[in-house]
Design a protein around this ligand. Structure first.
Ligand SMILES: [Zn+2]
Length: 169
């Protein structure tokens, strides 16, 4: 997992109106028996209310980001979706209070063109691009680390190299 820089005070302040929505959902999650963790300056809530919200047909997602808050159905969902949701955190840091209206407008624009409100939404496509890029960076870092280990090890070198090659292909 790539190490992420913590958001700046300005980023927190600008995205705060969106984060407040996330915190409201987060508070409901804790009240109903869910859990929370802090990871690289972002609160990640899971279970209980978050799960019910994400499983509802209005959302129908494994996870979602609202400013510096990420809601997940469970820990697995948070782990699987983190790169994607982090991209939404970044979008909220750029657009601040405009994020939610802009996201909804992009969904409406997709619907007007008879495309999927979610998949064709510019924000989702941007998040996918960023997530893929970040996953690529993780893979390169893992490979570089594994190569360093390979160079230090003498006996099982060939197996490690073999595994590396598979991973990068
Ligand atoms: Zn998304």
């Amino acid at each position: 997992m790539a190490r992420r820089a913590r958001p700046s005070v300005i980023a927190y302040a600008w995205a705060a109106p969106v984060s407040l929505l996330g915190l409201a959902a987060g508070a409901l999650t804790l009240i109903t028996g869910g859990a929370v963790d802090r990871r690289s300056g972002v609160l990640e809530f899971r279970g209980a209310f978050s799960r019910a919200l994400l499983e509802s047909r209005f959302v129908a997602a494994r996870a979602m980001a609202l400013g510096h808050v990420i809601l997940g159905r469970d820990q697995d969902s948070l782990d699987a979706c983190r790169d994607h949701e982090r991209a939404h955190v970044r979008q909220a840091e750029i657009l601040g209070p405009l994020f939610v209206p802009a996201y909804l407008a992009a969904g409406a624009w997709a619907a007007i063109r008879h495309r999927d409100r979610y998949r064709a939404n510019w924000f989702e496509r941007d998040a996918e691009r960023r997530a893929r890029r970040s996953a690529g960076m993780d893979r390169r870092q893992t490979t570089a680390a594994a190569n360093a280990v390979t160079e230090l090890t003498t006996a099982p070198t060939s197996t490690l190299r073999g595994r590396n090659r598979n991973r990068t292909s």
